[in-house]
Design a protein around this ligand. Structure first.
Ligand code: ARG
Length: 462
């Protein structure tokens, strides 16, 4: 069969090597982007006087038919003709429909820039989908915060009890990271928003293409700076993979927290039966498989980023076939990320908070910082207060008691600055109410953060 480049060769390529180099198996996913880019290119050629109005109209009609057919029947975009890639597929279909005019479409254009424009168009339509899915997880966290009400829980550093926080505050901490992921994707979209066409294979094109008009017709905000750069630039793929890798790291940490906090040892939340699996051997088990899978899949997305950076690093300037490796990494990353976002949303939607357990766990020696603050408020330098309270904690640990069991006299054995009011001052609720900053767990601050998150979600119709 004839390929897009057959003329130079006396015979056919080795069948296995041709199959090895073909990308249609996975780049068929760029079908609608390829058609869209080609329609705009044909119009640009016509505006430059390179294509006759009749040929341009025939091409546009042919391409719109092809698009229509592919949308109605995805099986149409099939391997039946042995096409090398999606670009070859579309061009062959076009020529089959409209004949010679179709053979003029590729004038002044290269697949090197075509694949770049396709990928950019693809990301422009798919990234907002990922952003919506991220917002979906934030929505589920907010709903869970509503179910938790004003329940308290311990916060942890080094996975040791640190200070009391509102459960809602903990949930919003994950929402904050997910909102950064949405922002990072916005930056990816800004990077993607650049027209590569007009670059030819590497040196530019000899036809008077109005690239600004072409950029506008494809909704690109600007035109690439340098045709050689375009030929070999897949930085925007790396940027997406980086956003995804970090996004998956965040999801993995969400998963880890809920794996821990739904375990018997914590029992801060209860997993819905529908979000758990049993054991084939141990009848009592209720395993958090979906969360474990999310945590596990983060590894392969991080791997895609690392793999892609390594693929790019040794390339000489200009297009190299190595760059074809971008697509499988990109598509698998997108699929994995979206799949995990939807899974996490479902799991969180089914979580039941256990406010009795979390609130009980939020009292005890984790109020030590509040005791130190109490002394500071009465004039003691913080370092001295830290020491006094350290000694008090040591004593309580030896005696197996808590702050709430101390008599005033016992308090005063450690510092005469302690007064009767110390009992009321040292409670988990008082601890959170004393916080003063907008990012803190103070109930007013958390209420404001919830309202801010709710307003942000409205931007996503959630
Ligand atoms: N399938 C190719 C890719 O993904 C398209 C570009 C081919 N360009 C070339 N000079 N062979 O990179």
């Amino acid at each position: 069969m004839a390929h897009l480049w057959s003329g130079r060769f006396a015979g056919d390529p080795d069948a296995h090597l041709f199959a090895f180099g073909s990308s249609f198996r996975f780049d068929r996913r760029l079908f609608e982007d390829d058609v869209r880019g080609s329609r705009a290119w044909a119009a640009a050629l016509a505006r430059a006087g390179v294509l006759s109005p009749a040929d341009a109209a025939a091409i546009d009609r042919g391409l719109s038919e092809i698009l229509e057919t592919g949308i109605v029947d995805p099986a149409f975009i099939s391997d039946a003709h042995g096409d090398e890639d999606v670009h070859a597929f579309v061009e062959r279909e076009l020529v089959a429909r409209i004949g010679d005019a179709g053979r003029r479409l590729h004038t002044g254009r290269s697949r090197n820039e075509q694949v770049a424009v396709d990928l950019r168009l693809y990301l422009k339509r798919r990234v907002p989908e990922v952003q919506r899915a991220l917002a979906g997880v934030v929505r589920s966290l907010l709903d869970l915060a509503d179910r938790a009400g004003d329940a308290l829980m311990p916060s942890y550093t080094h996975l040791r009890r640190a200070q009391p926080v509102l459960v809602a505050h903990f949930l919003l901490s994950h929402a904050a990271a997910l909102r950064r992921d949405v922002d990072r994707l916005r930056a990816v979209l800004a990077e993607v928003d650049e027209l590569p066409l007009g670059s030819g294979a590497i040196a530019g094109t000899s036809y008077a293409i109005d690239v600004d008009a072409l950029a506008r017709s494809l909704d690109f905000g600007r035109v690439a700076r340098n045709s050689m750069d375009v030929s070999g630039d897949r930085d925007f793929v790396a940027s997406f993979l980086h956003a995804a890798a970090l996004g998956m790291v965040h999801l993995s940490r969400v998963a880890e927290d809920f794996i821990l906090f739904t375990a018997e040892e914590f029992a801060f939340f209860e997993l819905a039966d529908s979000a758990a699996t049993g054991s084939s051997l141990m009848p009592q088990k209720k395993n958090p498989d979906p969360l474990e899978l999310v945590r596990g899949k983060s590894g392969r997305v991080v791997g895609h980023l690392a793999g892609w950076l390594v693929t790019m690093k040794g390339l000489p300037a200009g297009y190299n076939k190595d760059l074809q490796e971008d697509k499988e990494s990109l598509f698998d990353t997108e699929d994995t990320w979206l799949g995990c976002l939807h899974a996490v949303t479902s799991v969180i939607a089914g979580l039941r908070p256990n406010p009795g357990v979390t609130t009980r766990a939020a009292s005890g020696l984790l109020l030590a910082t509040d005791v130190a603050d109490y002394l500071v408020a009465r004039g003691l330098p913080f370092r001295d207060a830290h020491e006094v309270v350290g000694a008090l904690v040591r004593r309580l640990l030896t005696e197996g008691r808590g702050f709430n069991e101390l008599t005033l006299q016992e308090w005063r054995e450690h510092s005469t600055l302690f007064e009767e009011d110390v009992r009321a001052a040292i409670t988990p609720r008082a601890s959170i109410e004393k916080k003063q900053t907008p990012q803190s767990t103070a109930p007013d601050a958390v209420a404001a953060a919830l309202a801010d998150t709710r307003a942000w979600l409205q931007g996503y119709g959630l």
